[in-house]
Design a protein. Structure first.
Length: 119
């Protein structure tokens, strides 16, 4: 997934936001908050980091990552994803949270956890 997003980075390190929007939003088409989440993400991140966090958001919401990968993501990204989950109401698979540091676990709204596990 990240490679698809990374392909949107030009040689100057800039991201075509419209192309990113066209890749991100269809992945989350069933969620009414997708556009708002995209805008918030674009406001907080830029360049390659923006592409990375967008792919991580999609992987988390679609439960298409494994716990080892999730645990290796940038903690600022994980905190942002958890915060967005709390605000927008999307769920995070429980197995992704097992083994994370307590300072991240306590941020999670327990009502926003999903039982299905990632692959």
């Amino acid at each position: 997934m990240f490679e698809r997003f990374l392909s949107l980075l030009d040689e100057t390190g800039e991201v075509d936001e419209e192309a990113l929007r066209n890749l991100f939003l269809p992945e989350l088409r069933e969620f009414s908050f997708a556009e708002e989440l995209f805008q918030e993400t674009v406001e907080q991140f830029d360049g390659e980091e923006l592409l990375e966090i967008c792919s991580e958001i999609v992987l988390t919401i679609q439960a298409e990552c494994d716990a080892d990968d999730f645990h290796n993501w940038n903690y600022d990204h994980l905190e942002f994803i958890i915060d967005c989950s709390n605000r927008y109401g999307f769920t995070i698979p429980r197995n992704l949270l097992n083994g994370l540091p307590e300072q991240l676990i306590i941020l999670v709204d327990k009502n926003k956890l999903a039982d299905p596990e990632c692959e």
